[in-house]
Design a protein around this ligand. Structure first.
Ligand SMILES: [Zn+2]
Length: 283
């Protein structure tokens, strides 16, 4: 599943490719991709005639400020969540569609932004210009702070974990603790911080909390620099796979030797997700 670094890589691609992209035509091939109460006709009508403005990211959500071509004022918001397998392609010329093509946007020059989604869990919302999407979309309303923001620091994390009995791995996967981390980066951060993923959240001491804050931001930043992880479904707008996977210390390395101490990496399920850790480096 795309996590923060992958979504950030996609955001950068969209921002650079879609500068002043005027939406002249939209085709909705999958009704379920359009979220909310809007039918595809309404969604199309709201997008046509706008220009893709600034792209931002909040957690794993992509948010585009749409602008009216005539007066440059905000004409609404397009919000996208890629979920498991959503991806965008930017095409300068017509190419045949694959069966997983869900939504297509064209400009007058016939360039196309194509949204493809194998599993088809991804969603797009149109939000009216009077509201910011963070006020309208439930998943956005409940998101915790961004891992690189000032709000996310050791005193925040300490406070948010203090009464939680569940494992630290489970707390990290909870998007209301910190936005954007998922399975891969939770495992990698816990390794870097030397914390066993099964540890009760409330039992983390001050040092561990400080180390975890640093590790999370470190691991995510490094991965963004590499263009996201090499997990099989992720592609950026050019169809290129990132290469963080090659750098992983524990994720996807069950039964292999720890790169630091040589112990065998354990793979087990925690809250239903495959979790990897080193029994010697993490306790
Ligand atoms: Zn180790």
């Amino acid at each position: 599943m795309p996590e923060l670094p992958e979504v950030e890589t996609v955001r950068r691609g969209l921002a650079s490719k879609l500068d002043n992209f005027y939406i002249d035509k939209v085709e909705v091939l999958s009704q379920r991709t359009v979220a909310g109460l809007y039918d595809p006709q309404f969604f199309k009508a709201k997008l046509i005639g706008s220009v893709f403005g600034e792209w931002t990211r909040r957690g794993k959500y992509l948010i585009c400020n749409l602008k009216s071509k005539t007066n440059n004022l905000c004409s609404g918001w397009l919000v996208v969540h890629l979920r498991m397998t959503g991806q965008f392609k930017f095409l300068k010329q017509e190419l045949p569609i694959c069966p997983y093509t869900r939504i297509r946007f064209w400009n007058k020059e016939k360039e196309e932004l194509r949204y493809i989604d194998l599993r088809n869990f991804g969603q797009m919302w149109w939000v009216n210009p009077e509201n910011h999407p963070t006020e309208k979309i439930k998943g956005l309303k409940t998101l915790g702070p961004e891992p690189f923001s000032k709000k996310f620091n050791s005193s925040y994390l300490k406070d948010s974990l203090k009464n939680r009995k569940r494992s630290i791995k489970s707390s990290l996967l909870d998007q209301s603790t910190v936005a954007g981390a998922g399975n891969i980066y939770a495992d990698e951060s816990l390794f870097q911080a030397g914390i066993i993923p099964t540890k009760e959240s409330r039992k983390l001491n001050n040092d561990e909390i400080v180390r975890l804050c640093i590790a999370l931001s470190d691991v995510l930043k490094k991965s963004i620099g590499k263009g996201g992880t090499t997990f099989k479904d992720f592609r950026d707008l050019e169809g290129i796979n990132g290469n963080y996977g090659g750098q992983a210390w524990v994720y996807g390395r069950g039964n292999k030797a720890c790169k630091k101490c040589g112990s065998i990496i354990i793979k087990s399920k925690i809250c239903g997700r495959g979790t990897h850790w080193c029994p010697k480096c993490q306790n």
